[in-house]
Ligand binder design. Structure first.
Ligand code: SF4
Length: 401
């Protein structure tokens, strides 16, 4: 098992959805077929990076030492092919950058590609006008941040981090998807992880989390997450990490399988080779008949035991000889306590720790304990009910003669 890679948001989500798909992607490193909408999102993000990168005024107050963070000089140099620092692209330059970045990978038809291409132009031009008006103060764009989140290695690429007017930071994540709501921003685990990454690497406080819905030019803003929310997400990341470390890569089929490229490798979808078909078919048929027989036998066993009980009750006997064995009637007694009235009783008397497990045996021990106040023992006993169960054992008939 290779070292567990740092978890990104999408890696975490993939494992949650299907651990086997995670293994195919992150350990076996199998490629996925390109898809038009992913290509589209990537192209739009890269053009926005090119547009915003020259405006970045990096924060000098990093706290992290992540080796993959860019240096100040790199920031000023800007990404390849972009204008120099501080230069606002013209809208013509923006469209030229879009044309350079365009890729037709993964579209299902020329018509689909041209529809997406027109959408991208419109969306970028409208966002450009908005940016020119708003004049954000970006401190980073497409920044790769890493952190050890209380022992869990995490990382992520953050579309943009802006300085707020009060000197804090706002995390911005662009979305090219169709629909987005305020709840998406409020509940987004992705934004929560980004908050952790930024807080681990920057000294300034995170003051806002924004999903930017590009199709409607709508910033969906949410407050930074409370500690409790982050602790819950940390637990879930921890569970994923534990699963990966334990090499728990079971397939988890569901609706997501329709967009999985690994169905031909997945045991949930692979078919039995024709050469083995007949042998396995017979095994399955046999298994099915035995299952049916098992159910029938269980029901018959229960009915016979009940009939024997009734006869033994009527006759007042506990031992009933058969041809080869003697059926011996046995009694099992168990106490059950209702925890609702029991808990306050024990808490008031300071004895709750004695039955913290809630097991009936602990309560019985307490009821029998002569050092406990008799009145309390009586009240505790009253919360219980005795359940009696009869059952039959078989003894060798020769040992009974
Ligand atoms: S087909 Fe479904 S169950 Fe199988 S690996 Fe893909 S997502 Fe998982």
């Amino acid at each position: 098992m290779p070292a567990v890679p740092a978890l990104s948001y999408s890696s975490y989500r993939t494992y949650q959805e299907c651990p086997l798909r995670w293994r195919f992607l992150y350990i076996d490193k199998l490629p996925e077929a390109p898809r038009g909408y992913f290509t589209f999102g990537r192209v739009v993000h890269s053009v926005l990076e090119e547009l915003v990168a020259p405006l970045v005024v990096p924060s000098a107050r990093r706290t992290g030492e992540s080796e993959r963070q860019r240096t100040l000089d790199e920031w000023h140099a800007g990404p390849t092919g972009s204008p120099g620092p501080g230069h606002w692209m013209t809208s013509e330059e923006l469209l030229a950058a879009y044309d350079r970045a365009w890729s037709g990978e993964g579209y299902t038809s020329a018509e689909e590609e041209s529809r997406y291409r027109a959408l991208g132009r419109e969306l970028l031009l409208r966002y450009y006008e908005f940016l020119v008006r708003e004049r954000p103060m970006p401190v980073s764009v497409e920044e790769h941040l890493e952190a050890r989140w209380d022992g869990i290695p995490v990382h992520g690429y953050i579309d943009r981090i802006d300085r707020t007017p009060s000197g804090g930071l706002e995390i911005v994540d662009y979305k090219t998807s169709r629909e987005l709501s305020n709840e998406d921003a409020r509940d987004s685990d992705q934004l929560s992880l980004y908050q952790v990454l930024v807080e681990s690497n920057y000294a300034e406080p995170v003051q806002g989390l924004t999903l930017y819905h590009l199709r409607s030019l709508t910033p969906l803003r949410a407050s930074p997450r409370e500690r409790g929310t982050l602790a819950g997400l940390h637990d879930r990341f921890g569970t994923v990490l534990d699963g990966i470390r334990a090499e728990a890569f079971e397939p988890t089929p569901g609706r997501h399988c329709t967009r999985c490229d690994f169905r031909d490798r997945c045991p949930e979808f692979r078919t039995v080779p024709p050469a083995e078909g007949e042998r396995l078919r017979r095994l399955v048929d046999r298994f099915e008949s035995l299952r049916a027989e098992e159910g029938r036998l269980e029901a018959e066993l229960r009915r016979t035991a009940e009939e024997l009980h009734r006869a033994a009750e009527e006759l007042g006997v506990h031992r009933v000889p058969g041809s080869r064995s003697v059926a011996v009637r046995r009694r099992e007694e168990a106490w059950q306590y209702s925890l609702d009235p029991l808990r306050p009783l024990l808490e008031q008397s300071g004895l709750a720790a004695r039955v913290s497990s809630g097991s009936p045996e602990d309560v019985r021990r307490l009821v029998r304990d002569p050092t406990v106040d008799p009145e309390l023992r009586r009240k505790v006993a009253e919360t219980g009910a005795r359940r009696v169960k009869w059952f039959w054992e078989l003894e060798d008939a020769s040992s009974d003669s």
